[in-house]
Design a protein around this ligand. Sequence first.
Ligand SMILES: Cc1ncc(C[n+]2csc(CCOP(=O)(O)OP(=O)(O)O)c2C)c(N)n1
Ligand SMILES: [Mg+2]
Length: 391
Amino acid sequence: MAKPTQSKSSRAKPSPARTKPSPAPVPPAASTAPATGRSALLRVLREDGTLVGATDPKLPLERLTQLYETMVLVREFDRRMLVLQRQGRIGFYGPILGQEAATVGSVAAFEDRDWIFPALREGAAALMRGLPLHVAIAQLIGNDLDRCRGRQMPCHYTFREGRYHAMSSVIGTQISHAVGAAMAAKTRRDDVVIAGYLGDGATSSNDFHCGMNFAAVYKAPVVLICQNNQWAISVPLSQQSASETLAMKADAYGMPSIRVDGNDVLAVFVATRDAAARARRGEGPTFLELVTYRRLGHSSSDDPSRYRDESEVAAWEKRDPIERMRRHLESRKAWDKEREQELADRIARDVNEAVRVAETAGPVPAQTLITDVFASPTPQLEEQLRQLLDE
Ligand SMILES: Cc1ncc(C[n+]2csc(CCOP(=O)(O)OP(=O)(O)O)c2C)c(N)n1
Ligand SMILES: [Mg+2]
């Protein structure tokens, strides 16, 4: 896919004295990965799309193509939203290029009744749960079709019917929210599991300790899913944590964990499905470390060339999650160029139409500034609104 143009700010380049950190480690190919040990990764598919073997979830072909098609949609949506941002049609966007398997594979492993508490890179979960594309785009614009009515930053979709909780911007707080919801579900004997997402950077937050501890002590039915994309804005993993792996942090809380190749959609699916089943059986939480990579900037406002070496990105481009799954489907004669073209055309049509509909909406009416605050607005608020409208 075409890379969005990096913003060339007028600020001076960092001084040469500020050296870039060493590249994020690229996991070895499956054939050379250690089968055991703390750094080992769960894999189902090798880079060339062939099956490792024993770990295969043996999903029907229809389900496999569905996972693939969803990843392609997510990538194209991402690309188009960055273009809209560069054209000034939306304010801000946080891309997930390279992390499609981690989001799609994990979300797909839950039941529809399970709740999702996303962090920064799981907006696609709302689409997977049925949030219409044009409503998601309206959220990025912040217009009258936006369910948040312009009161949230872009990428903070909300979709209660799809059991998708709005993302909290404050890093790590999603963990406490997810664990709290899981403890509540357990107390109420609701048959739901909670998916709680976080990034590698969030493992340094207070909420990480608090949430992990509560989850384990209370055997909360939650799966805590860490997308280790190697970066927290400009902070590399090596400066985030001195632990050999993030998964091993769960040991200290008495919680099982597993390290997964986050660019292998089937490995992510298997690990998440097993963790969700464990939670549903009442056996408590699991921590998943999905090892992946953030190939673009932290957001549309970031220029990663200022702090990392582009050769690092190139190494991870070779481990593309979508290409891996496509190779697998092709090897099973379940995919070909014709289907790829049909899919691309369908997605282009759907996204074009969604952008068109989203952009037909007008701005959020000014009176919504005072609605949804009190059951009935106070006379002072009414007066302030009148003054505002007069001006
Ligand atoms: C408590 C807090 N501190 C700082 C920020 C600013 N901030 C936004 S995203 C981010 C990095 C998050 O990194 P990570 O958890 O690895 O998630 P990723 O962006 O890589 O998906 C930071 C520091 C914030 N939102 N909240
Ligand atoms: Mg990160």
